[in-house]
Design a protein around this ligand. Structure first.
Ligand code: SF4
Length: 219
């Protein structure tokens, strides 16, 4: 089976199981998604969603974030961890958007990753979820599960992104990444994957290797 054929099998299962899996961060506009994604580093989406209502109420626009006192932002986002760095980046990002893009979130990878606090993961999420462009969001679930499945052997997120771009249909990239997050939360849980319940075990390299070893031990 080629990797592209394997991706089709995986897609069929993920579509059946998770359907149109949405982004689990709450937001009303592109900049809010960018802020929520910055806050989501080393933090759960559920925790971010507890913090953002008060944050977006106090700072409803890019301009208001640009004028915010970093200390005030820190207080509102403290529970998301790494709050000093995140507050600094959010305020700097808002200022950069006003200076370079008239307060709008740009729609190219180059412009997005030039913004403070924005790496390829956030940029890809913005490209896919906001602008409907091809993207691969390599987060912790994507990195782990695509390795287990045997879709990549790389551990560097940019290399994984490039590997996946070769085999995942461009129009499916954004949804694939959201579905994989759902799968990582429900079945392929880090350190205790429920392989026997997983509909991908027939195409999963990790599972097949485990089965082979068991077969040898029995022999
Ligand atoms: S078979 Fe196991 S390791 Fe493979 S994707 Fe499913 S849960 Fe994850």
């Amino acid at each position: 089976m080629t990797k592209k054929e394997k991706v089709l099998e995986i897609k069929n299962y993920l579509d059946r199981t998770y359907g149109d899996a949405p982004c689990t961060l709450d937001y009303d506009d592109p900049f809010q998604l960018m802020v929520a994604t910055i806050l989501a580093a080393q933090c759960t989406d559920a925790r971010v969603n507890l913090v953002t209502p008060a944050l977006f109420k106090k700072y409803p626009t890019v301009q208001s974030f640009a004028e915010a006192r970093i200390l005030d932002v820190e207080e509102l986002i403290r529970s998301t961890g790494f709050f000093r760095n995140k507050a600094k980046n959010i305020v700097a990002c808002a200022n950069a958007l006003i200076e370079r893009h008239n307060g709008e979130v740009p729609d190219t990878m180059e412009e997005l990753i030039a913004l403070p606090g924005v790496g390829r993961k956030i940029a890809n999420l913005m490209l896919g979820d906001v602008f409907g462009k091809p993207c691969i969001v390599v987060d912790t679930h994507c990195k782990r599960i695509t390795n287990l499945l045997g879709l990549t052997k790389n551990t560097d997120p940019t290399k994984i992104e490039m590997d996946l771009k070769k085999i995942i249909p461009p129009e499916y990239g954004a949804l694939f990444c959201h579905q994989i997050v759902e799968h990582g939360r429900a079945i392929c849980i880090a350190r205790r994957p429920k392989c026997s319940e997983c509909g991908l075990n027939t195409v999963c390299d990790f599972y097949k290797k485990g089965m082979k070893k068991l077969g040898k031990n029995k022999a």
